[in-house]
Design a protein. Structure first.
Length: 350
């Protein structure tokens, strides 16, 4: 089947799942609904959902641009308040990685290198590339990251709705009912900036560039008040469908026994780390002087695009959440090769 046709069918499956969740007033319909529909399709039908490579990149550009629109002048003036929280997130990420590594190594019967890459809190794209270079079991690494991410995406809305008083169904609906009018000039400029940023990111070709470059470009324009418009809801929903259905489609590479072998352990770790993130948010919120709900989303050890989408969809301080997850990506890119090389030497010496 041609990749574009397969991608179109995959998008349709995700959209139907999103519409079903939307009709049932379930939280995060375009992410969780599309994820559920795609995942079920991989395990119950002969069709294997998959998007052509560039489609996820396009969605990343859209999400980066959307996250950038939340960096208003007022938000930038408050950014200094995030310093302590960013430090806490960095320390937490290290602690989460150590905990997950010990569980994967001791109970998952993984070699040390595979356990390390499976335990990294996010950054699957760069983790997958480096895992191949260091001869880790890439399929197991990808499955563990995906299973943990699914748990985070399901658990986060449940915890937020139970503890914050935010009605997630209303929050999802608000993006359509309170959508701003299309401004041909300013929305046109935002579209051109997104396209140019995507092209630059493609040329630079470094990890997560498709998210980071549009985020920085859009953020700069909105922080300086040169632009105030946002990405239209239909485009936002389409990007969420690609992200959600794309996560579900990853399970097409695994049989149910394979999923049960590593996926259950990754899911347990996901629950533990979700609880740890929530407790940390509750503990540090009064100390830092920030609300615990965006702190919780910021501390969750998942993918920047996926959790950025959650913050956007629920209007929970997307700029702050994005800043934390972008820093985590940079830390992973900077530190993972050093840690993997050190661990490889320890194994050889041992």
């Amino acid at each position: 089947m041609p990749p574009q046709l397969r991608g179109g069918i995959t998008f349709g499956i995700g959209a139907l799942g999103g519409l079903a969740f939307f009709a049932l007033s379930l939280p995060l319909p375009w992410v969780l609904g599309s994820l559920t529909a795609s995942l079920l399709c991989t395990q119950t039908t002969s069709f294997q959902p998959r998007f052509p490579g560039p489609w996820r990149s396009y969605a990343m550009v859209a999400i980066g641009t959307m996250l950038g629109t939340s960096f208003t002048p007022e938000v930038v003036r408050q950014a200094g308040d995030w310093t302590i929280s960013l430090i806490v997130m960095s320390v937490l990420s290290l602690a989460f990685c150590v905990i997950a590594y010990q569980i994967f190594y001791r109970f998952g019967k993984m070699d040390r290198v595979t356990a390390l890459f499976a335990a990294i809190p996010g950054g699957l794209s760069v983790v997958s590339v480096l895992a191949e270079n260091y001869r880790a079991e890439v399929s197991r690494v990808a499955l563990c990251h995906t299973a943990r991410l699914v748990v985070l995406l399901i658990a986060a809305p449940i915890i937020i709705q139970a503890t914050s008083g935010i009605n997630l169904a209303d929050a999802s609906l608000a993006s359509f009912t309170h959508a701003e009018a299309i401004d041909p000039i300013n929305h046109g400029i935002l579209a051109l900036v997104a396209i140019a940023s995507g092209w630059l990111a493609w040329r630079l070709n470094f990890p997560s560039a498709m998210l980071l470059i549009p985020l920085l470009s859009s953020g700069l324009l909105h922080a300086t008040d040169l632009l105030t418009v946002h990405v239209p809801p239909l485009l936002s929903s389409a990007a969420q469908i690609v992200i959600g259905a794309g996560v579900g489609a990853r399970f097409a590479n695994y049989s149910l026994p394979q999923i049960l072998k590593d996926g259950w352990l990754a899911a347990v770790i996901g629950v533990l780390l979700t609880f740890g993130s929530f407790v940390a948010a509750l503990l540090f919120a009064p100390i830092i002087g920030l609300d615990n709900t965006p702190l919780f989303l910021s501390y969750l050890p998942g993918g920047a695009p996926e959790l950025g989408v959650v913050a956007l969809a629920l209007s929970i301080d997307p700029a702050m959440v994005a800043a934390h997850h972008v820093l985590r990506v940079f830390l992973i890119v900077a530190m993972l090769p050093l840690i993997a090389s050190w661990l490889g030497k320890q194994i050889q010496q041992g």
